[in-house]
Design a protein around this ligand. Structure first.
Ligand code: PEP
Ligand code: MG
Length: 593
């Protein structure tokens, strides 16, 4: 079977499928023979737990609406004892070495097919009851527990196939066995895709139904550049994949020579290239890959799998100090937690009300949860004694939030001083990623020390296109005239108020778009460490003056297509070499690799 999605993290991974259905909390995989008894035991335990629960439900129904209505649950109890379901699943575990959840699902499919063929409408309706019982059994198996245990005892490199998956889950996995990642949802700026690129795990997103059609345990080859996913590849396909992998590795190596070179355009404009990283240990690796500093440390990744203790001032201080030490005197920009309340590792943070994606997130959440915010700010200010640190706030929508956040920094500094500790002054910056912040950049600039354009969210909110929804990913258009104008507005405001402005969104990592951004007057960029080599290679061949003239023409474009044409014409002389363009919008060259 061949599937085609969006290649969101380059490289080729080969391994066996482990299927995660987050929507139903199911994990499906093939186990080594030694683990077959464990799966049979889990199945049996789930059966007895389900039995107890259904008995209780039946009793409750009998008490409240009478025994007449409780008969439905008698049927479910019978199903739990019926060899047709559990015994069938046990046979599948023994014969196919599937884990208990997969075996139950297979069993359900077979029984459903049987019911579908039945003439009797009563029997056909029983299909729903069996599905209900299987759902309960799977719930009681609770296989999706701790992601760090998922690959335990399993053989060989694994390809994780998920309907959707959060970065915190990826952060907890054993990466040494994770050969590749494929997801039904997602796009280039999906956080999980960003993390996969950082970890250099090949990934394909936007496959729509991979988690339904790829069987657990299938052999898989995943090409994170082209977006191709092949299950059970034959010999010729494997040869082709191996050749592609060799070409890709040779290309990666060819970039190494650019990493130590200065980032200067051919007409002498000095560009600053920094790295976006997610763990403190990435800092030294980023430097090896040619980064001049850390332009974005996504601090919320410290919370992945760490439980409530990850929020403690001391734990954070240790992490930030390690980060600064790893950066070895280079500038480090830490973004305060960019999470929404359910992502915090605490039962209930104490903020009442319904949860929505555009609700309490980023700086809004930090301002609502003062204790947590203060602990983070104190940890950061203490760490600032160990290197050149900058603090940046995510999801700021206007001047009031920036003032409130700055006041919080001042209070954290006062607390430290009252403890007799130093609290050095650190530059305070704003991520420009909410359209209202971009539109009021001239008001924010006098009160901020720097800006960083978060184009991932800026594009999503300017164009009203969910960056994680594969069905609208073609509308996620960095070359939309609205985006060019917004960026120009922010650059002008920053220039007028003499504060630096960088781009830390994924736009900067696309060499073609990088050229356009240089043309729009930007000279500071932050990107995944793996992208720095290509970025240097490209910008060292660009004239900033010519790029400015091209950007002037691009700004006259009325549609994304017109803007793209201007950019393509400008890049045309270089189109023969295989370097340019890595995002789905302009990925043709990379696809040839
Ligand atoms: C952005 O929005 O562009 C950004 C860099 O932040 P994140 O991708 O973490 O939302
Ligand atoms: Mg963002």
């Amino acid at each position: 079977m061949r599937l085609k999605g969006l290649g969101v993290s380059p490289g080729i991974g080969i391994g066996r499928a482990l299927v995660l259905k987050r929507s139903t909390r199911e994990l499906r995989f093939r186990v080594p023979s030694a683990l077959v008894p464990r799966e049979l035991e889990r199945l049996e335990q789930a059966r007895s737990r389900s039995r107890e629960q259904v008995e209780k439900i039946k009793g409750r129904m009998t008490d409240s609406v009478g025994a007449d209505h409780a008969y439905l649950f008698d049927a479910q109890l019978l199903m739990l004892d019926d060899p047709m379901l559990i015994e069938r699943a046990a046979r599948i575990i023994r014969a196919e070495r599937l884990n208990a959840e997969s075996a139950l699902q297979r069993s359900l499919q077979q029984i459903s097919a049987f019911f579908d063929r039945a003439e009797d409408p009563y029997l056909r309706e029983r299909k729903g009851d069996v599905a209900d019982v299987v759902g309960r059994l799977c719930m009681n198996l609770r296989a999706t527990g701790d992601p760090s245990d998922w690959f335990k005892g399993l053989e060989g490199p694994m390809v994780l196939v998920a309907d959707e998956i959060t970065p915190s889950v990826i952060a907890q996995l054993d990466w040494s066995v994770l050969a590749a990642l494929v997801t039904d949802a997602g796009s280039w700026t999906y956080h999980t895709a960003i993390l996969a690129r950082s970890l250099r795990i090949p990934a394909v997103a936007g496959l729509h139904n991979a988690s339904s059609v790829i069987p657990p345990g299938a052999n898989m080859a995943v090409d994170g550049s082209t977006g191709e996913v092949i299950t059970d590849p034959d010999q010729p396909a494997l040869h082709q994949i191996a050749a592609r992998r060799r070409r890709r590795e040779a290309y990666e190596q060819s970039l190494d020579e650019f990493r130590p070179l200065p980032a200067v355009t051919i007409d002498g404009v000095v560009i600053r290239l920094e790295a976006n990283i997610e763990t403190p240990d990435d800092a030294s690796r980023a430097e090896q890959r040619g980064a001049e500093g850390i332009g974005l440390f996504r601090s919320e990744f410290l919370l992945a799998g760490g439980g409530q203790s990850a929020l403690a001032e001391e734990a954070q201080f240790t992490a930030y100090r390690r980060l600064l030490e790893g950066a070895d005197g280079r500038r480090v920009t830490v973004r305060t937690f960019d999470v929404s309340e359910p992502q915090l590792p605490i039962e209930h943070a104490g903020v009442e009300g319904t949860r929505t994606p555009l609700g309490l997130r980023g700086i809004r959440l930090s301002l609502a949860l003062d204790e947590i915010f203060q602990a983070q700010l104190r940890a950061l200010l203490r760490a600032a004694a160990h290197g050149p640190l900058r603090i940046m706030f995510p999801f700021v929508s206007g001047v009031e939030e920036l003032r409130a956040a700055r006041a919080a920094v001042a209070r954290a500094a006062d607390t430290l001083r009252s403890r007799g500790l130093p609290a050095p002054a650190v530059p305070i910056g704003v991520m420009i990623e909410v359209p209202s912040a971009a539109l009021t950049a001239d008001l924010l600039a006098p009160e901020a020390d720097f800006f960083s354009l978060g184009t991932n969210d800026l594009i999503q909110y300017c164009l009203a296109v969910d960056r994680t929804d594969d069905r609208v990913s073609r509308l996620y258009e960095p070359l939309h005239p609205a985006i060019l104008r917004t960026i120009r507005l922010v650059v002008r405001a920053a220039r007028r108020h003499r504060i630096p402005v960088a781009v830390c969104g994924e736009m900067a990592a696309d060499p073609a778009l990088l050229t356009l951004l240089i043309g729009l007057g930007l000279t500071e960029f932050s990107m995944a460490p793996a992208s720095i080599g290509v970025a240097k290679q490209v910008l060292r061949g660009v004239s900033a003056a010519e790029a400015r003239r091209m950007a002037g023409r691009a700004l006259l474009g009325r549609t994304s297509a017109e803007v793209e044409r201007t950019l393509t014409e400008f890049l045309a002389p270089a189109a023969g070499d295989e370097v340019h363009r890595t995002t789905p919008h302009t990925a043709n060259e990379t696809r040839r690799l």
